[in-house]
Design a protein around this ligand. Structure first.
Ligand SMILES: Cc1ncc(COP(=O)(O)O)c(C=O)c1O
Length: 303
């Protein structure tokens, strides 16, 4: 376990200190270019760095299913070949809120490729099993798991490729942040992260169900994510919406004036993502059914 200042720092450290020693000329890396920029930019920087040294690495865009925002694992299996050695993936999508079925990636890319998981939206929200997901790196931020901002960590399996030994001298560690991370994860363990997941997913489905009754709104990702035929395994506690007429920035201000802290913009999504802004509602254990109902009634009054 290596402590970092957050997910961006963790992914950058892997891209800077580990990936260049792993890749060879002609290798391919899979980059999810509709995910968070933090899980795109570091890999493209590594590609550029290697190119300067005469090592040519091809970037294969991660395929997505249209409509749900989930990865298209069948298309990934077709795109991946023997030179596909590294896959960057995200556990829970920060805009669409779906569990990205990461456990299917191993089957698509074979036993030897390294899978690096951006778990920013899953650690602290739902169980993260490195065995079930069969990933090689897990990277997360403390502040999304009830710890202080400026804390986070990288977990490395150390089985595929060279061992992960972050380079450089990073100076005095953020001991207060690390202590807060330990306290937060202990608290979540005691509370039961499965219960946290059930609570936030339940609130999210109450919100998506309510929004479906309001014609003026569109829910991004898979609105039917809790249905049996859904391509998304489970919607987690993130619901991103758009009003057909009200700009997302204005909607964010209106909701703020009613006491709701939401995010409204493009959520740092990569270039292959949404072209228009939206409002994201992120839920955790401290949110209540009453808050969801009050939010729905404010949204209904604008419908
Ligand atoms: C999926 C995902 N990855 C990466 C990040 C970046 O996290 P941080 O700003 O803590 O480095 C975020 C932050 O919102 C995120 O949602």
């Amino acid at each position: 376990m290596h402590f970092t200042s957050g997910t961006t720092d963790g992914l950058r450290t892997i891209a800077r200190d580990w990936l260049p020693g792993f890749l060879r000329d002609g290798d391919e890396i899979v980059v999810p270019d509709a995910d968070h920029q933090a899980n795109i930019v570091p890999w493209l920087e590594a590609q550029r760095l290697l190119a300067r040294e005469g090592v040519d690495v091809r970037v294969v865009p991660m395929p997505y299913q249209s409509g749900s925002g989930d990865y298209d694992h069948r298309a990934l299996a077709e795109r991946a070949g023997p030179r596909t050695r590294f896959v960057a993936a995200t556990h829970v999508h920060h805009v669409y809120g779906g569990d990205m079925n990461v456990h299917r990636i191993r089957r698509a890319v074979g036993p030897d490729a390294v899978i690096c998981l951006d778990a920013a939206q899953s650690v602290g929200h739902l169980p993260v099993s490195v065995a079930e997901l069969d990933v090689d790196f897990v990277v997360f931020s403390g502040h999304k798991a009830l710890a202080l901002p400026g804390s986070g960590a990288v977990w490395a399996r150390q089985a595929r490729g060279p061992s992960f030994t972050p380079g450089g001298w990073s100076g005095t560690p953020n001991t207060v942040g690390i202590a807060s991370l330990e306290a937060a994860l202990d608290w979540l363990d005691a509370a039961g992260v499965v219960r946290v997941e059930r609570w936030t997913a339940g609130l999210a489905s109450r919100l998506t169900d309510g929004l479906r009754r309001l014609d003026a709104y569109e829910v991004l990702g898979c609105p039917l994510s809790l249905a049996a035929d859904s391509t998304v395994q489970r919607r987690q506690g993130i619901v991103t919406l758009r009003h057909h007429a009200v700009d997302s920035g204005d909607l964010g201000f209106i909701l703020f004036s009613h006491g709701f802290m939401v995010r409204s913009d493009n959520h740092c999504q990569g270039d292959a993502g949404e072209k228009t802004g939206s409002v994201r509602v992120s839920l955790h254990v401290y949110n209540t059914v009453e808050e969801i109902d009050r939010l729905l009634s404010v949204l209904a009054s604008l419908a």
